[in-house]
Design a binder for this molecule. Structure first.
Ligand SMILES: [Mg+2]
Length: 181
């Protein structure tokens, strides 16, 4: 039986910081200083205190860029593992429909049956969880994998995957280590 992976969207497959940076540049004609948001939330940048409001706007989540390498590796994972996209969507109600369409556009090989739009991820049971938030990994019973994002750069205690190439290498090793049945 294939092992189950619970895969987060925001800041794992979907690059929200990139969009925040372009919105900031549009508004202020200046690139935000990484020192103001690396290791913290983007809302710590002066002038971006209200950027969280964008998350409530219809269409915001529809148009976000995908991380480099993500589509190919997710497709590969989808053939070797029992993959589920597990994303907290209820907090931003418009994101539900936006995320549904985003997934169909960028990852069309994933069935709607594999979408898990949830609130609290502590309900999730799987073998692996890939997420950028430690609070989601803390309540997870399987193996939590921390996907690097600028806000989690100072977190320790989890296996860290820095990019999609590292995700592929990690799961290739997991497959090699599987006992032959
Ligand atoms: Mg996330």
């Amino acid at each position: 039986m294939k092992k189950k992976i619970a895969l987060d969207m925001d800041e794992v497959i979907v690059n929200i910081y990139d969009r925040f940076i372009s919105l900031y540049v549009e508004q202020y004609n200046v690139v935000p200083n990484p020192e103001d948001y690396v290791g913290r939330k983007f809302y710590n940048v002066k002038g971006a205190e209200n950027f969280r409001n964008y998350l409530f706007e219809p269409g915001f989540f529809l148009d976000l860029p995908i991380f480099e390498g993500a589509a190919d590796v997710v497709e590969w994972l989808n053939t070797h593992f029992d993959l589920f996209i597990v994303t907290a969507a209820q907090e931003f109600p418009h994101s539900l429909i936006d995320k549904y369409h985003w997934l169909q556009k960028h990852l069309p090989f994933i069935s709607w049956k594999q979408f898990v739009f949830c609130g609290d991820k502590s309900i999730i049971k799987a073998d692996y969880m890939i997420d950028d938030h430690v609070h989601n990994l803390k309540t997870f019973d399987g193996l939590g994998l921390l996907f690097s994002a600028s806000h989690n750069i100072n977190e320790n205690g989890y296996i860290r995957l820095n990019n999609w190439n590292e995700v592929k290498l990690f799961f290739e090793k997991e497959l090699e280590n599987e006992p032959v049945r």
